[in-house]
Design a protein around this ligand. Structure first.
Ligand code: B12
Ligand code: SF4
Length: 612
């Protein structure tokens, strides 16, 4: 028997991947435990937990936004306990090369994890060398052993149901929550340029079908199992594209209708949908669908985002949804390559015309490893904002206005005639007054998923630290960092929800000429990476005081993240200690422009605010 401890951040990021791995390795008698960072107030308590459980492996399932947190945590666990650290998940499929430079990670799982983890735990149990297991990159004394990805497993039904008990037994709030999440498939055959799926497909090229699905019988039995064990008011399918494969969907709908009286919802895509499927879905209890419109401007959607769906198709398909009483939510992205304010207004206009039940608005973050990033980099259309993400270059100098769509969408949705004055309304001035109305978007979610109000409140109240400002608030602890100095544990517990939020006025290029020497070194060695938790940089930053009013330091170091080197300057995502950010920012700008800050230590740092 071998033991693995999964460490994740919070229960809002409920990991089906972790549950799938857990149930599978348990079939061979291996032992699994899960702990969440939200459980600990002090770093030492987390270390104590790891030591007490004494696992052979400490596992992390990683999406890119979680890296700023999981990387230092992994490093710390590694350093303090000497445990073997293994990472898997979507980030590992896009950025393996980067991870090989993280000193806290020993093994990287690329692609599906079930067989790889099973082999690994079997080898550990038998005391065998595990450096040649397919799907695993393993750090060895001779360097990284990069093993090939094995063929895609076609028969997903051979795997047991996800081990929901791993989460639900420990976190009763999850067990009693009205919405239960399921995934019936892996992969998506479309090629939207901003998405992770095309890379997943490429990885499996020549190794079997990347899009695979459980049988309808398996899915029905899994749902039955969940409904019997836990209160379930809504079955929600998190598959990227639930409606792919008409035959499967029709068969599923018939079986679902016969077996359950519980409403369901899913993500769909509109190329392969037709009215017949919509009708079957509605008849069997489907009450809501989510899909990506992404941009209401057809040419941007088709050519830049590579989402080959016409406006006419959106109109046709949404008419079917409305006809059959299916609620629908749409995702929209803004601040896209070459997007102007007029484009953004046009995009909203089209989205609103479709009369959805809700619009979710995102600002585009281009992840390294995706097609859109390659395209934007090759065509001078991107700017670095972080170590893993780029943002589109502000071609027309209008992104500061476009970013306001986050709050304005709901306003325009209810009063579409206001779009006529869109250019005027999308300003910071209005944003300050009307900003809080975007919170109403959560109300749309509650209605869409049919969550009882008392439960929504209970869930929110119990998770308020995660929603508002992050767990960092609760952290009063320090720990001894890699460099031997005392450091603030906020760095490690800062919630990813708070850290990686780019909304136009929080990301600022603030320091220039920071650490030129280091940059030179990086240039000499192209493999070197720049870690957002580099002790030298954080130490340097810690001593930087940008005076503001009563001499308070306005930079909350716990929130510094995503450091990137572009042309010798460093870009930080920072968060102020103050509320009322817009005003504070202009004061900061004035003060900081005057200050040239020298920080001694390993490097001589000259910091200067560049722009807002
Ligand atoms: C469900 C889902 C969520 C859920 C749950 C996330 C979770 N922890 O699983 C929620 C709603 C919380 C979520 C949130 C977000 N998500 Co999401 N999500 C998904 C989705 C649709 C399905 C994931 C899933 O359950 N798959 C099924 C399981 C079985 O597969 P899996 O998780 O990949 O796990 C397998 C392997 O990866 C591997 N594995 C996974 N972990 C580990 C760990 C170890 C130790 C090992 C050995 C192996 C291993 O083994 C597993 C079994 O084979 C994926 C899309 C996709 N197709 O993957 C996006 C996806 C993961 N999400 C994504 C994003 C961007 C987000 C958000 C940032 C969105 C946002 N703007 O807020 C947030 C993150 C919030 C935050 N800041 O932390 C991106 C991630 C891209 C990236 N660069 O990492 C994806 C890939 C979507 C996309 N198409 O681009 N998401
Ligand atoms: S349809 Fe959705 S999941 Fe598929 S590639 Fe496009 S964005 Fe990704």
């Amino acid at each position: 028997m071998a033991k693995i401890l999964f460490v994740s951040d919070n229960y809002l990021n409920e990991g089906l991947g972790i549950m799938c791995l857990s149930s599978y390795v348990k079939t061979a008698g291996h032992e699994v435990d899960l702990t969440l960072l939200q459980d600990f107030k002090r770093i030492d308590d987390l270390i104590d937990y790891v030591e007490a459980y004494d696992p052979d492996l400490v596992g992390f399932s990683v999406m890119t936004p979680q890296v700023t947190q999981f990387r230092p945590i992994s490093r710390l666990i590694k350093k303090r306990t000497g445990k073997t650290i293994i990472w898997g998940g979507s980030h590992c499929m896009l950025m393996q090369k980067d991870i090989m430079n993280y000193d806290g990670v020993d093994i990287i799982c690329v692609g599906d994890g079930e067989e790889a983890l099973m082999d690994l735990m079997n080898h550990i149990e038998d005391g065998e060398d595990y450096s040649e297991i397919p799907n695993l990159y393993v750090k060895t004394p001779k360097g990284w052993a990069k093993n090939p990805v094995r063929s895609a497993e076609n028969n997903l039904d051979k795997y047991p149901f996800p081990d929901r008990g791993l989460y639900f037994n420990k976190y009763p709030l999850m067990a009693e929550f009205a919405v239960k999440r399921f995934v019936t498939s892996r992969g998506c055959p479309y090629k939207c340029s901003y998405c992770f799926e095309p890379s997943y497909f490429k990885m499996y090229k020549g190794r079997g079908k990347a899009f695979r699905r459980h049988s309808t019988e398996y899915v029905i039995s899994e749902i039955k199992d969940v409904i019997e064990k836990y209160p379930t008011r809504r079955v929600n399918f998190a598959d990227d594209t639930f409606n792919i494969d008409k035959k499967w969907v029709k068969e599923f709908c018939e079986k679902y209708k016969k077996n359950f009286d519980v409403n369901w919802s899913c993500n769909i895509e509109l190329t392969s949908i037709d009215e017949d499927i919509v009708q079957s879905m509605a008849d069997s209890g489907c009450r809501g669908c989510v899909f990506g419109l992404e941009s209401g401007v057809e040419s941007i959607r088709m050519n830049v985002l590579n989402k080959k769906i016409t406006n006419a198709r959106y109109i046709e398909a949404t008419n079917w949804l409305k006809k059959h009483n299916l609620k629908f939510f749409m995702n929209l992205m803004f601040c896209l390559p070459k997007e102007s304010l007029d484009d953004a207004i046009e995009s909203l206009r089209f989205a609103i015309q479709l009369k959805s039940n809700g619009i979710r608005v995102n600002i585009l973050k281009m992840y390294k490893g995706t097609e859109i990033t390659n395209y934007a980099n090759a065509n001078g259309l991107s700017e670095g904002i972080g170590e893993f993400t780029y943002k589109a270059k502000d071609f027309y100098g209008e992104f500061h206005r476009i970013a306001n769509v986050a709050w304005a969408t709901i306003l325009f949705q209810h009063f579409p005639f206001l779009l006529r004055w869109g250019r005027t309304i999308l300003t910071k001035k209005f944003g300050k007054v009307l900003g809080p109305i975007h919170l109403l978007l959560h109300w749309q979610d509650i209605k869409f998923y049919d969550i009882p109000l008392w439960q929504a409140w209970k869930f929110f109240w119990n998770s308020r630290d995660i929603f508002i400002g992050g767990l960092a608030k609760a952290q009063k602890d320090t720990y001894i960092g890699d460099d031997g100095t005392f450091r603030d544990s906020k760095e490690l517990f800062a919630s990813p929800l708070g850290v990686v939020d780019w909304s136009g006025n929080k990301t600022n290029k603030i320091f220039k000429n920071l650490n030129k020497e280091r940059y030179k070194k990086l240039n000499e060695n192209s493999d070197a990476h720049f870690s957002s938790m580099e002790p030298e940089i954080l130490n340097a930053l810690r001593r930087v005081k940008i005076p503001y009013k009563n001499g308070k330091n306005i930079i909350d170091l716990g929130m510094v993240s995503n450091i990137d080197m572009v042309d010798g300057s460093v870009t930080f995502t920072i968060k102020t200690n103050f509320s009322g950010e817009v005003l504070q920012w202009s004061s900061l700008k004035k003060d900081a422009e005057k200050s040239v800050l020298d920080v001694d230590g390993v490097f001589k740092v000259t910091a200067k605010l560049l722009s807002i």
